[in-house]
Every structure is written in C-alpha cells, then in structure tokens.
Design a protein around this ligand. Structure first.
Ligand code: NOJ
Ligand code: MG
Length: 577
C-alpha cells in the first residue's frame, strides 16, 4: 500500500536535458520502481534430476533472488499443458503441470516467498487454451455452455471446389500459416492467433470472461502478487455487422502469404474491446484487494504495440488497466545503436507514459527474444544493465542477464525445436556438472559452452563481474536519489555526444551521475556542469564496470572526463560532513 512522504523541492542544473525544479509529493507503490526478474521455469533449477527445471528448484534457490536485490519474479506458465508451446498452451488453468510439480509444491513456493520477501507473479494466458483443454473438447462437441467458448465459423464456399469450404478470412497466424483451422468433427473453422494447438477463447462470450476471472481468483487465493498477461493485443478480432470477418490488407513487406508479416493486422491486433477487458481485470484485482487487504496485486501486460495503444492499456485517467504494460522499446536497439538512438528510444516512452501517467519500466529480454549479449555484444551487457537500472521506474531482467548469459546455438531435439531455444537454455549456477542446474547430464536444452566462466558461483567471487555489478546496481535503486524517481527534478537523461549517455539521479541526500560509453573509442566529455564549483572535485567514482581503469573513491573533475570504450560508471557526489 502507499505510504505518504512530505513534499520536497529539488533543483538540478544541467547542460544536457535540463530538467525543471518540481515540487513533489507521491511516494511510490512497491511495483513502480521494482526490480522484476523473469524465470523460465523449465530452465532455472531442476530439483528432481529429469533435466527440466521445476517449482521445487525455484523454491530451493529463492534466496538467490533476495541476494541480487529482486523485488518480484514472474514465472512463465507452470500450468498443465501438452507443452506444444512450453506451457503457453494450457490444458487446465487450475492445475500445475507434473513436469513442474504439484499444487502443494506451488503452495510451498508461495510460503517461502512470503517469508523471505519475494513477490510471485504468474503468467496469465487468456487469449487461448490448448486444443487438449476440456473446454475445447466440449466446444467441438457443442456441449451445453461450451458451444461458443471458442471462435467458430462456417467458412466461405469454395467456388472451385463445390461442397468445400475456404477459411472465413485471409488472416495469417503469428507463427505462420492460416489463422483458421478446419475441425472435421464440428464441421467448422476455429480461430487461432498462435499455433493450431492454441485455439482462441471467445471473449464476446460472458461465460469465458467469468471463467477467466475464476482463474485469477484461484491463484490470488493461493497468494500470488499479480499476473503477467500474455498476448494482450491478440485477444479480440474484428467481426463485421453481418457476422463475417474482414480480410486484412497486404502489408507489402513480404510476398510470402504464409508469413505473419504478409498482412497489415488492422483487424486482429489491438482492437478497442481489449482495453475494456484489461480495465475489467484491473477492477477485479482492485476489488479483490479491497476485500482481502494486503499489498497491491499487479498486472503486467505483454503488448508489442505502438505507444498510443500502450497508453490506453495503462489507463485513461479514470479507468486503469495494466500497472506495468511492458516497455519493449529498448529491445529494438542493437550493438550498432549509439547514445542518440538510446535517447530517442527512451523519449518515445517517457514523452507519453511518463508525462501522462508517471510510469516507466524497462525490459531488456525475455524467452521470445535474443539475449543482450547477442543483440548488443558481450562487452555491452554491463552497460545495458547500468542503463536500465539508472532510468526511473521498474526494471525487468530475464534470468541469466545478471550474469551475462549468451544465446546458445541449439539443434532440434526430441523435446524441442523452437527458434527461441537459444535464449532459453539452463541457468548457469556453477562451474560443475550441468552448470549446477541439474544432477542429470542430460538437460532439456544444452548448457552453454561458456558456463565455466559465466556462472553465479564464479561471478560471486570476482570483483566487477556482471553479477556483482548487477547487485550494486540494485542497491543503488534503493538509495534516496533513486527512490525519489517520481520527482521530475530528481532525474534527467540524455546523450552527451553520439556515444556517451548520461543519467542523473538526485535527492537532497545524494546525487549520482551515470555515464556510459556505447562506442569502441576513447571519448572525452565535459564540462558536465555549468557551475564552476560543481566542476571541481565534488564527485567520486562509486560504481565501476570491467572496462573502467578507475578505482572506487577516486575523485572526478567534471570539467573533463575520459571514458574508455564500453566504459560505464556511476559517480557519486561527495557529501561534506
Ligand atoms: C507470448 C509468449 O511470450 C510466447 O512465448 C508464446 O508463444 C505466445 N505468447 C503464445 O502464448
Ligand atoms: Mg525437474
């Protein structure tokens, strides 16, 4: 719940991105500047030696999250599933898949999490179920109450094959191929935005809406702190007044009609009803809270959508949706991006989401996207971790990014053949057998070759390791200057030149300058302040990364600073006692 702090006035004078002085009041609720951590349960810790991570493994290692400064962890799906999309195809929303354990194991996880102070957020996958879900099977058979649980349609008469049917529209699914599949038994097409094995639930049916609220309640009652909502933009599709489905226009970006990119998704993405549905779920969470007390339960929303749509998914001033609609902007950057690209990308979010709603979050990876080391280059992992923690708001770290894990070249196995396997390999705990992930030498995806060096155990003991830097960064996030993030005057950010990016965080008690050199060349910057006094030795090196030649505590003159290639540092103002 919110606490109140008295208002303060903060002024920071800068050459770059001058921020105005603002009086401030609000203290942040826990999630607003939280450090979130995504666990892909198959790959975090295997407790029973089957080579696949599980709930007891997570429980066993939960203290690690505390050690590295995490507030809450969101778990990719743990529910009963045939695993065609590794849990994003749920066959029973109220059960834990035996691969991950049991409901009892889940309760034990929650109990320990509450004891040590880590919040648990579950993946909520409302758009679709598995075709092996009882609901779908009943729907195929038109069983009472389930007839319209999914999106069924007769299809169009095929002019070339009398008696045959064509799909109701030209829509293409996200994983490629038609979005409609014919079901022989029901003699109709069903819609699936994702795999053929992931039929879309029909949200025009109030029974479906009620059922999904029941799902939320079931897990809230077991003590979860919130949900990450999967595939938000894909929940609704456009239907014409006469019940037909409109074709989508060609995008012109590919000539391959099997590819998702072939069409411009004006009728199958971000439809207006989605906003209302999110507000409905948020109201339910608010009501649950009023009735049950406790800290705020939150909604995270997965939406790869334009900022004006994300804006609505957050709220419209009177109604609210997701507390944190994920900000995927920075994932669009690459190793070749420079400080100015970074500034543009940050501004795209801040100009709308901060200015209107005072909310920000920074996501740098997940189980669907390449790792930081792959996208930016290994030498930039620390630098990226420094940036996302320097910015105001919440951070979302995908497991393994805190030690700089790499994409692993994987080959199809019996268990998996997914182009996303490279970023899903087992977490590297130690330099021992199977990187300490499993007692088995056979793991569901291979262990990265670099595990002898890139692992928690080794990095705990190494000064300026990615892990130790990450931990320091998390501590900084709890400092008064970082905590004052709701004060517009308490922070500023901007490119100093093409390669060097600066963030300033300040409060009446402390002040930090975070400097990052994106380039592979030495950069000279400065003066960084227009106050002569400021340019004298009033700051010191406080946090250093491996590319920095400096020592902690060394004084800095803001008149002129040299930054080594890929160097990232945090400077702290020296407080005179
Ligand atoms: C988004 C999830 O992150 C992804 O892994 C999954 O395949 C799709 N949604 C379908 O649920
Ligand atoms: Mg296991």
């Amino acid at each position: 719940m919110r606490e109140n702090i008295s208002s303060v006035l903060i002024c920071v004078f800068l050459f770059f991105n001058i921020s105005t002085c603002t009086a401030t009041t609000a203290a942040a609720d826990w999630w607003e500047d939280s450090s979130l951590y995504q666990i892909y349960p198959r790959s975090w810790k295997d407790s029973d030696g089957d080579g696949i991570g599980d709930l007891n493994g997570i429980t066993e290692k939960l203290e690690y999250l505390k050690e590295i400064g995490i507030t809450a962890t969101w778990l990719s799906p743990i529910f009963k599933s045939p695993m065609s999309d590794f849990g994003y195809d749920i066959s029973n929303f109220y059960e834990v898949d035996p691969i991950f354990g049991s409901l009892d194991d889940f309760d034990k996880l929650i109990k320990k999490a509450k004891k040590i102070g880590i919040k648990i957020i579950l993946d909520f996958v409302p758009n679709h179920s598995s075709d092996e879900c009882e609901w779908f099977q009943k729907s195929v058979e038109r069983k009472d109450g389930y007839d319209d649980f999914y999106v069924w349609e007769n299809g169009l008469d095929d002019p070339n094959n009398p008696g045959k049917k064509l799909p109701p529209s030209n829509w293409v699914s996200i994983f490629g191929g038609k979005m409609w599949t014919w079901n022989d038994k029901r003699q109709q097409f069903y819609l699936h935005q994702f795999q053929v094995k992931q039929p879309d639930l029909n949200y025009k049916n109030t029974k479906v809406r009620e059922e999904m609220i029941k799902v939320l309640k079931f897990w809230l009652d077991r003590g979860v702190d919130g949900f990450r909502i999967d595939a938000v933009p894909h929940i609704f599709e456009k239907v014409n007044a006469d019940g037909t489905y409109p074709d989508e226009p060609l995008s012109g970006s590919t000539s391959d009609p099997e590819k998702y990119e072939y069409l411009d998704h004006i009728y199958t993405k971000d439809q207006y009803e989605t906003v209302e549905l999110l507000y409905e779920w948020r109201s339910y969470l608010n009501k649950y809270q009023e009735e049950n007390g406790g800290e705020t339960r939150i909604l995270l929303a997965e939406a790869y959508s334009p900022i004006n749509v994300i804006d609505q998914y957050f709220g419209n001033g009177t109604h609210f949706g997701a507390h944190l609609p994920f900000n995927f902007n920075l994932m669009g950057l690459r190793g070749s991006s420079n400080a100015r690209d970074l500034e543009t990308s940050i501004k795209n979010w801040m100009d709308v989401m901060w200015n209107k709603h005072k909310t920000a979050n920074w996501v740098l990876g997940n189980h669907d996207n390449n790792r930081i080391a792959y996208n930016f280059g290994k030498e930039k992992v620390d630098l990226v971790n420094v940036i996302i923690t320097a910015l105001p708001g919440a951070t979302v770290t995908y497991y393994g990014e805190e030690i700089g894990m790499s994409n692993v070249e994987t080959q199809c196995t019996e268990i998996s053949c997914d182009s996303r396997d490279p970023e899903r390999t087992p977490f590297q705990w130690t330099d021992g057998k199977s990187a300490g992930f499993s007692s088995s030498s056979k793991t569901w995806l291979p262990i990265s070759d670099d595990y002898k060096k890139v692992n928690v155990k080794v990095q705990r003991g190494a000064d300026r390791s990615t892990l130790n830097i990450f931990k320091e960064l998390q501590k900084l996030k709890r400092s008064p200057a970082y905590k004052a993030f709701k004060d517009n005057g308490g922070w500023s950010y901007g490119a100093i030149n093409d390669q060097v990016f600066q963030v300033i965080r300040s409060s009446p008690q402390d002040e930090y300058r975070i400097l990052v050199n994106f380039g592979d060349k030495l950069e000279e910057i400065g003066p960084l302040s227009n106050s002569i006094e400021d340019n004298e030795n009033i700051m010191e090196y406080f946090l250093l990364t491996s590319h920095s030649p400096h020592r902690r505590g060394e004084k800095v003159n803001l008149k002129s600073i040299y930054m080594m290639p890929f160097e990232a540092v945090v400077l702290k103002r020296i407080i005179k006692k």
